[in-house]
Design a protein around this ligand. Structure first.
Ligand SMILES: [Zn+2]
Length: 391
């Protein structure tokens, strides 16, 4: 029989259940307690009404919120791109070749090396409060390298995305159509068993709207659900395509027309903003306020990857979103928890209500607002995943 644990004396509890507490989307409960029953949340409410349990943890007047749900990362890689980052930040011209550098290093790495990298960044994220993390292939770009990356990822997370269509593989530079055939044919056959999602980088220099549609449609026919790298570097067809195909998320959304915003607002497709990328490439921020005011669902994720956003820190992204993208602290925390869950079409994570997975983060702060108010400070004092304290 599994045991129950009461976490009590919580100054601020973020449940993401609007029917609780103050009636806002975060469902804030003050002076609260949570019961963990096995791997699930058994009960939430005021400390004085807490039921008896086997074990008891005193939160000491701190904050408990759902573990972060990071719905966009690229952790299957090898190699290092410090020089490229330093050059970019020094104002020296950046000569393309970035992704290709990582592709060469990733192909040369052993399975053990790739898996060690993956687990290193997953545990780094866990220490910062991330209890669900999606990750993608996309640095192999051969049948064997893409499928091994996904097989390795599937050992460590349920949220695995096939991104053979990250860029055209260097071997196919002169014949991108043949590469699309590979991605939708033999590579898809090898990768589909290991993945839940299919993704494509729909951007000038990567894949155009027609190619992206062909790739996502082929994936869908194999049981993979679409998500799209859309409108990151320029205006383009990615967002409209994501909505048309009922993709779970359109990721980046930095360059949006009014029609793009409107399409997102009237769809189930979540707009996932990845401010680590704009930070690390010194690019213009996505306009979260515009999306929220239109009624779109917004998620925040790290985009952790060695080239354009080498951070695994959701709290850092929350701080950026509040400081520079027009989100309130409440909206940013919601986007990093419930928003990420929506972007992965999950209802069992991203909230702390009875029946949800017992994924909780304890912050050494009196409220969740400190995530933005105290940027760069390691506030995460404890993490439970599936009811087990792991940090
Ligand atoms: Zn990405």
């Amino acid at each position: 029989m599994s045991s129950s644990t009461l976490i009590t004396n919580i100054a601020t509890l973020v449940t993401n259940d609007p029917s609780l507490g103050n009636g806002t989307p975060l469902g804030l409960v003050r002076d609260a307690a949570v019961v963990i029953d096995g791997d699930r949340i058994g009960w939430t409410g005021g400390t004085s009404k807490a039921p008896a349990t086997d074990n008891r943890v005193d939160a000491g007047g701190r904050t408990v919120l759902p573990g972060f749900v990071d719905s966009h990362s690229h952790l299957l890689f090898a190699g290092d791109r410090t020089e490229e980052f330093a050059a970019r930040m020094s104002g020296r011209p950046y000569t393309a070749g970035g992704i290709r550098t990582t592709v060469a290093a990733t192909r040369a790495a052993t399975d053990a090396e790739l898996e060690a990298h993956l687990t290193r960044y997953l545990s780094e994220a866990l220490r910062q409060g991330t209890t669900t993390m999606e990750t993608k292939s996309g640095y192999g770009l051969t049948v064997a390298d893409e499928s091994r990356a996904l097989a390795l990822a599937a050992r460590h997370t349920d949220e695995v995305t096939y991104l053979g269509a990250h860029v055209v593989a260097p071997e196919y530079a002169d014949d991108p159509a043949a590469y699309v055939d590979l991605v939708t044919g033999e590579m898809l056959d090898a990768c589909a068993p290991h993945a839940r999602w299919i993704d494509v980088f729909c951007e000038r220099g990567a894949f155009d709207g027609d190619q992206a549609r062909a790739i996502l449609t082929a994936g869908r026919a194999r049981g993979l659900h679409p998500r799209v790298h859309a409108n990151q570097l320029s205006y383009g067809p990615g967002v409209q395509l994501a909505v048309e195909l009922d993709a779970a998320a359109a990721d980046h959304c930095t360059h949006l027309t009014d029609a793009d915003v409107d399409a997102l607002a009237h769809s189930r497709t979540v707009a996932t903003l990845l401010p680590g990328a704009e930070f690390s490439t010194r690019a213009a921020w996505p306009d979260a306020r515009r999306l929220l005011d239109a009624g779109a669902t917004v998620a925040l994720s790290t985009d952790c990857n060695p080239g354009s956003s080498f951070t695994s820190s959701v709290p850092f992204c929350v701080a950026l979103a509040v400081r520079d993208m027009g989100m309130t602290p409440d909206e940013a925390v919601w986007a990093a928890t419930a928003g990420g869950a929506a972007a992965l079409r999950r209802t069992d994570v991203g909230r702390l209500t009875p029946g949800a997975r017992a994924d909780l983060t304890l912050l050494d702060a009196p409220s969740h607002v400190h995530l933005a108010y105290r940027p760069g400070v390691p506030l995460v004092a404890g993490v439970w995943r599936r009811g087990v304290r792991v940090v």
